[in-house]
Write a protein that binds this ligand. Structure first.
Ligand code: ADE
Length: 230
C-alpha cells in the first residue's frame, strides 16, 4: 500500500525508481540486500501482475508481501500479525471440472510459502512485538491465509468463510495470487499481514488511519528485521 512504501522508501540506500506496468518500482539497498519495493495495488490480478514483473523483469530471488487482512480465526484480533504458511484463493471455483478451490492445471488449491522466509517473518514479528509498545499485545499467528477479489465486510460472509475453511486465520485480496505466480516461477515467497479488522460489518471503520499509523510501520520494521535474519 502507499503508506507502506512511504514508510519504507526513505530507508533505501542508493534509491532510484523505474516505472513499469503502471507502477513505480523503487530499487536500492536495504539492510545488506538489493531490494525492489513496489505498491502492488488491490486484488489478485494486480498482485499477479506485480509479482510477474518482479520475478521476470527484475529477476527477484524472493518476494515478501506485506499488508493488512481481516481476521477470521478465533483469537485473531485487530493489531495481531499473521504469517501465511499456506494460501488459497477462496473465490476460485471451477466445479464441476475441478474440485472447489483447486487452481486448474496446477493440481492444487493450497500454495505453501517458503518455510525459511516464513520463519524469518515470524521471528521478525516477535521482535517487533517485544520492542514496540503498541505491538506488545499483538499475538503472532502462523497458518492458512485465504485471498479473493472481495473486501469481506459483513458478518454473514465471514461466517460463511469460517464454515467452509475453518482453519483460515485471515482473509485478504492478494496473497494467494502471489503464491500462484511464485509457484509458476519456482521462486520462494513470504506473506505477512497485520490484522486491520474482523471481516465483519465494522470492517471499513478507520481503515486508512490504521494502515498509516499501525500497519505501515509494522510492515517496515518486520521487513527490515527479516532481511537482517537472511
Ligand atoms: N484486507 C483487510 N481487511 C480485509 C477484509 N475484511 N477483506 C478482504 N481484504 C482485507
Amino acid at each position: 500500500m502507499h503508506e507502506e512504501i512511504a514508510a519504507l522508501r526513505p530507508c533505501l540506500e542508493h534509491a532510484r525508481t523505474e516505472r513499469r506496468a503502471g507502477r513505480d518500482f523503487h530499487i536500492g539497498r536495504l539492510d545488506g540486500h538489493d531490494v525492489v519495493l513496489v505498491r502492488c495495488g488491490i486484488g489478485k490480478v494486480a498482485a499477479a501482475t506485480t509479482a510477474a514483473v518482479l520475478l521476470d523483469a527484475f529477476d527477484a530471488r524472493a518476494l515478501l508481501f506485506t499488508g493488512v487482512a481481516g481476521g477470521l480465526g478465533d483469537g485473531v484480533r485487530v493489531g495481531d500479525i499473521v504469517v501465511a504458511t499456506t494460501l488459497l484463493q477462496h473465490d476460485m471455483n471451477a466445479e464441476p471440472l475441478f474440485p472447489r478451490w483447486e487452481v486448474p492445471l496446477t493440481g492444487r488449491a493450497r500454495f505453501d510459502a517458503d518455510p525459511a522466509w516464513s520463519a524469518r517473518l515470524a521471528q521478525a514479528s516477535r521482535t517487533l512485538a517485544a520492542s514496540n509498545a503498541h505491538a506488545e499485545a499483538a499475538t503472532i499467528h502462523e497458518g492458512l491465509v485465504v485471498s479473493g477479489d472481495r473486501f469481506v465486510a459483513t458478518r454473514a460472509e465471514s461466517d460463511q468463510l469460517r464454515a467452509l475453511l475453518p482453519e483460515a486465520l485471515a482473509v485478504e485480496m492478494e496473497g494467494a495470487a502471489v503464491a500462484q505466480v511464485c509457484h509458476d516461477f519456482a521462486r520462494p515467497f513470504g506473506v505477512v499481514r497485520t490484522i486491520s479488522d474482523r471481516a465483519d460489518d465494522a470492517a471499513h471503520g478507520d481503515f486508512q488511519r490504521f494502515v498509516r499509523d499501525v500497519a505501515a510501520p509494522y510492515s517496515r520494521d518486520i521487513v527490515r528485521a527479516a532481511l537482517r535474519l537472511a
